[in-house]
Write a protein of this length. Structure first.
Length: 209
């Protein structure tokens, strides 16, 4: 299946996309993860992207589109993929449409104050990119990754002021994609409140898989 996950920061997009990718046996392609890897490796792309990411605004379309095109063309994405965090603008959606057909677009929605609580409790593993939450999905040992034992970190852009900017950016630039995909008959809307497994069942139900 070729799927896109849309949703504001804190809705659990990354977590649900990872669970579904595992369930379907297709790669999860997270543009945020690819960009963060470029930033930590100090690549040209990373240097260009860092300022936008730290501020909670979008990296320019041409950079993200080229990067995602390259990733989708890799052999593991031939059988399908889940795009997590792309597209985020109409220009990106048009570029994607000219590259590949899609089976569905899942959009997660939730109250804004809840989004802020969720984002600020998030912890990530800087090494294997596993995701945790201090309240809803804590690691077995505080601040230590269950999978690889690395010390967990708070993402720079999960600070409350940056989260608020990211939500505003989502409303302004990405929310128009909801209508875009509804008009094309691809949209599946899923309420993102509650426990991870509850949301996952709603996702499976919405996709009928
Ligand atoms: P995420 O991990 O998906 O929340 O992405 C983290 C940050 O990476 C975002 O706040 C943006 O600055 C940047 N980013 C990720 N995906 C995109 C995209 N499709 N278009 C533009 N910027 C992006």
């Amino acid at each position: 299946m070729r799927l896109v996950f849309l949703g504001p920061p804190g809705a659990g997009k990354g977590t649900q996309a990872a669970k579904l990718a595992n369930y379907l046996g297709v790669p999860r392609i997270s543009t945020g993860d690819i960009l963060r890897r470029n930033v930590s490796e100090g690549t040209e792309l990373g240097k260009k992207a860092k300022g936008f990411m730290d501020a909670g605004t979008l990296v320019p379309d041409d950079l993200v589109i080229a990067m995602t095109e390259t990733r989708i063309r890799e052999s593991d994405a031939k059988r399908g993929f889940i795009l997590d965090g792309f597209p985020r603008t109409i220009a990106q959606a048009n570029a994607l449409a000219s590259l590949t057909p899609l089976d569905a677009v899942v959009t997660l929605f939730m109250e804004h104050e809840e989004l802020i609580k969720r984002s600020t409790g998030r912890r990530v593993c800087p090494k294997c990119e596993a995701l945790y939450h201090v309240l809803t999905n804590p690691p077995r040992k505080p601040d230590v990754c269950d999978r690889c034992g690395s010390r967990l970190i708070v993402r720079e852009d999960d600070r409350e002021d940056v989260v608020r900017t990211r939500i505003d950016t989502y409303e302004e630039r990405t929310a128009p994609l909801i209508k875009y995909y509804r008009d094309r008959g691809l949209l599946r809307e899923v309420y993102a409140g509650g426990l991870i497994d509850e949301v996952f069942l709603r996702v499976l139900d919405a996709l009928r898989v």
